[in-house]
Design a binder for this molecule. Sequence first.
Ligand SMILES: [Zn+2]
Length: 272
Amino acid sequence: MTMNLPSVWLQDLIWEDVEIYLKESNIILCPVGSTEQHGPAGPLGLDAWVAIALAEDAAKAAGVLCAPPLWFGDSSHHMGFSGTISLRTETLMAVIQDMGRSLAKHGFRKILFINGHKAANLPALQSATKNLREFEMPGVFFAIIDPMKMGKKIANEIKEAPEHHCGELEIAQCWYKFPQLIRAERLTTGQVAFAETLSPWFQEDLFSATHEVIDIPWTSAEQRTFAPTGSFTPSAKASPEKGRRYHEYMVEQIVAFINWLRTYEGPIGKGL
Ligand SMILES: [Zn+2]
């Protein structure tokens, strides 16, 4: 660990460690996940676990700190399945904004959210940070790092099936980092009949769209009916090796971004 701190995690340090860190750096990674059903093979915490793994591995490689993970996300559409805990979109926005305010108060100026929950957390993360910058803290830089966007290239090289909720890649990434959490004998082969249930315009693959897309919100009761196992796309072709390639590529991307960010002075080059 850089600067001889005993951990990259804020919650493992004492306050004086953080004060020392802030003399050298103003960057922090904030993993955000969800607690929501992940089908018959994946744990409820999958999105949080992968965000934690990305944050920890990137933080160790780049020598930066991580904030404690946010284990909850916007998961209302999964409430038909036991164990799911959902924050309302506005609650998630409020939590993200209070995290930003607190970290900025101490001197963090480059706050990077790593989102393991993909599309469903993005509206809250984007609106929360955009509004904080515009109306309260234009001098604080925020970024939202999401596998759906940052892992697109490698995802399309690795995966053999469309990737949506509980798909091959998110199961593979969790399998690689936390093998004890995957029920390998329960990987899925089926796929939701997206065109019939959510229209031929539904984007069945989060990493690519081969046709025009229209978003249709659905309820948790509807989801329980059209996706009875909880899984949207097949995970049968997942493997720890695929997870390793996917994970390591994204860690490299995050580290490259952090290194670029160290000297970045904002969109108009006058400092943040
Ligand atoms: Zn997920």
